[in-house]
Design a protein around this ligand. Structure first.
Ligand code: IYR
Length: 228
């Protein structure tokens, strides 16, 4: 390594049995997470959202520039504006505007098991919409000029950690990606060098909420991993 300023580092030493048990316990918790499309207006403490965003902010990222911004939308007017704009895009995507769908037949077919359509009431009922922005430029000072690196990878990892922390805090989440979603930059008053990546809808499920049975089909370890 080249000369650089350092601080000590260790990670908790566990017996192998304890390591296996802890890894499996977290796996089992994360296995319970579902993408939910039925949100009630039940409040969730702001502190849960703040802690989850702080957890996301520890994600590994390019050159420690931390190229993310989380715009937390709670205002009913803003949520309504986002819902209306997102539904406009979704109507075009699904062809619910009377024109040919923007989505291919193959794509619409792939979505048929999920039951999704252009109607997105959860964008208004859920207490929080966390709009995640990727900072294409800005560096640690967020100057809008300094080059950032591995931006999509960094923000993608941060979103995974955000969702895991929200799940741990008893929240339901839905990653929602209206396409195109440039309108979110203006709605959230963000600068032009930031790109909206996704909306993470956060709240509590309605009584009687369901998820698509299709979502329970997970590829087994033998399919998703190979050992070399
Ligand atoms: N954005 C649309 C379509 C959609 C696309 C995929 I890929 C999904 O996994 C789910 C939905 C919508 O939200 O309806």
């Amino acid at each position: 390594m080249k000369e650089h300023e350092t601080v000590p580092y260790t990670v908790e030493a566990l017996s192998h049995d304890e390591a296996i048990a802890r890894a499996r316990a977290l796996r089992d918790r994360l296995k319970e997470r579902r993408s939910c499309r039925y949100f009630s207006d039940e409040p969730v403490p702001r502190e849960v959202i703040e802690a989850a965003i702080e957890a996301a902010g520890t994600a590994p990222n390019g050159a420690n520039h931390q190229p993310w911004h989380f715009a937390v939308v709670t205002s009913p007017e803003k949520k309504r504006a986002i819902r209306l704009a997102a539904e406009e895009e979704e109507k075009r995507f699904y062809g619910e505007d009377g024109d040919k769908p923007k989505a291919s037949d193959e794509w619409l077919d792939a979505l048929s098991d999920l039951g999704t359509d252009a109607d997105k009431p959860f964008l208004e009922t859920a207490p929080y919409l966390i709009v995640v922005f990727a900072q294409r430029k800005g560096g640690i000072e967020e100057d809008g000029k300094t080059q950032n690196y591995y931006v999509n990878e960094s923000v993608g990892i941060a979103c995974g950690m955000l969702i895991a922390a929200l799940h741990e805090g008893g929240c339901s989440t839905l990653t929602h990606t209206p396409s195109p979603m440039g309108f979110l930059r203006e709605a959230c008053e963000r600068p032009e060098w930031e790109k909206p990546l996704m909306i993470v809808v956060v709240g509590r499920p309605t009584k009687g909420a369901t998820v698509p049975a299709h979502a329970l089909k997970k590829k087994p370890l033998s399919q998703i991993a190979s050992w070399l």
